[in-house]
Design a protein around this ligand. Structure first.
Ligand SMILES: *Cc1c(COP(=O)(O)O)cnc(C)c1O
Ligand SMILES: [Zn+2]
Length: 374
């Protein structure tokens, strides 16, 4: 059961029964904390709600669910052989709205509803806005969504069709955020809203449960705002505290595009935070985030697990996207393909061994990106 919210930076506790955004002392993201002594094993539900004891919603209303979660782990044997690596893909293309953002939206919207919130606003690179607008429609919440004008067209159409108010903005997600300053609704943007991460962390629970309650050696994640990576790290820590897994955690790898790699730069420099990436550009829109709010938590997750950060080019991403479709019959989203490009790099420089069991996240459906040239 949810007990309170805790600042990821200064540790200050916040009341989880009130509507919260950032820490009242230091304006950092808040993390949900649970009474872990009272957590039961997962239920038999075929969705992320099977982990309800470590989710923040006290009474999840099944009417708001679209069946999110419990996506398959798919071995990629042929591309693994080509890269001389042992690769398993967690395939998030199969969740409602076609990206893993639905996990965050399902839990975030359900919690907003439980807290009595009437409407949300959010800047997005596309998939998060689409997922939140559609889940908000299902739960009967208003939404106002702002996205960069070159975000994938389909996500625009999903938002517009949901009845949300859509604002198209020149520039990046940072500019989209500014375009919402006048909107007086709950700010559900990445990590300013404490519960989206709880939905995303279920990827970590699922990977471990689906492997038979053990961890892989490495998890490779395409990192934009980093919520998925922070979520998986949080899930691993919770499971360790619960005694569901032993001490050793998988090494976590953040993948970014060379056109927007603030986390890679900060990791290489040994910095605790990232600095704003000027002129950010990549066709892998979901990871085009010039300065993630949770950068210090991402970097902590990488260092605490002996992980690393890798930047890959758009050309390599596109080549690996084609190769994966040809060898495996899997049409990845560009962000998902970036994880294969990273495995390629990490095998080359020896960071990865052929025997390492590597789980890569395909965070969305390739068919959401028609006609894109990276
Ligand atoms: C949002 C998004 C990402 C990055 O997710 P974060 O958790 O914000 O780092 C990766 N891939 C896709 C398809 C996305 O939509
Ligand atoms: Zn704080």
């Amino acid at each position: 059961m949810l007990s309170h919210l805790e600042c990821a930076r200064c540790g200050r506790e916040h009341d989880a029964n009130a509507v919260q955004n950032l820490c009242h002392s230091c304006a950092s993201p808040l993390l949900a904390r649970y009474d872990l002594l009272r957590v039961a094993r997962p239920t038999s539900e075929n969705s992320l709600w099977r982990y309800r004891d470590v989710l923040p919603v006290f009474n999840p209303d099944p009417a708001f669910s679209l069946g999110e979660g419990m996506t398959p782990l798919v071995p990629l044997r042929r591309i693994g052989a080509a890269l001389d690596a042992n690769i398993i893909m967690k395939d998030e293309s199969l969740v409602p709205t076609g990206s893993f953002k639905a996990r965050g939206a399902a839990v975030g919207v359900a919690k907003a509803k439980e807290l009595g919130i009437k409407g949300i606003k959010m800047p997005t690179n596309g998939n998060a806005g689409a997922a939140w607008a559609l889940y908000a429609a299902r739960a009967g919440l208003r939404s106002v969504i702002a996205m960069p004008q070159d975000a994938p067209l389909i996500t625009r159409e999903e938002v517009a069709a949901s009845g949300a108010e859509l604002r198209i903005v020149p520039g990046t997600i940072a500019d989209a955020a500014k375009a919402l300053a006048d909107v007086d609704l709950f700010d559900a943007s990445t990590l300013r809203e404490p519960y989206r991460i709880e939905g995303k962390k279920t990827m970590g629970y699922e990977i471990v449960e689906q492997l038979g309650w053990r961890v892989p050696d490495v998890i490779v994640y395409p990192t934009g705002g980093g919520v998925g990576l922070i979520g998986i790290y949080k899930a691993l820590q919770e499971m360790r505290e619960l005694g569901w897994i032993s001490e050793k955690l998988p090494r976590l790898v953040a993948v970014q595009a060379t056109g927007c790699a603030p986390i890679v730069r900060a990791f290489v420099e040994g910095a605790e935070e990232s600095t704003f990436w000027e002129g950010a550009h990549t066709g892998a829109f979901g990871i085009n985030v010039p300065k993630p709010l949770g950068d210090f938590i991402i970097l902590e997750a990488l260092r605490q697990t002996n992980g690393t950060a890798v930047a890959v080019t758009d050309e390599q991403i596109e080549a690996d996207r084609a190769e994966c479709a040809r060898l495996e019959g899997v049409f990845l989203c560009p962000e998902g393909a970036a994880t294969l490009s990273a495995v390629r790099e990490l095998r080359k420089d020896g960071w990865l061994q052929p025997t390492d069991e590597v789980v890569v996240l395909n965070t969305g459906a390739g068919i959401k990106y028609p006609g894109i040239r990276l």
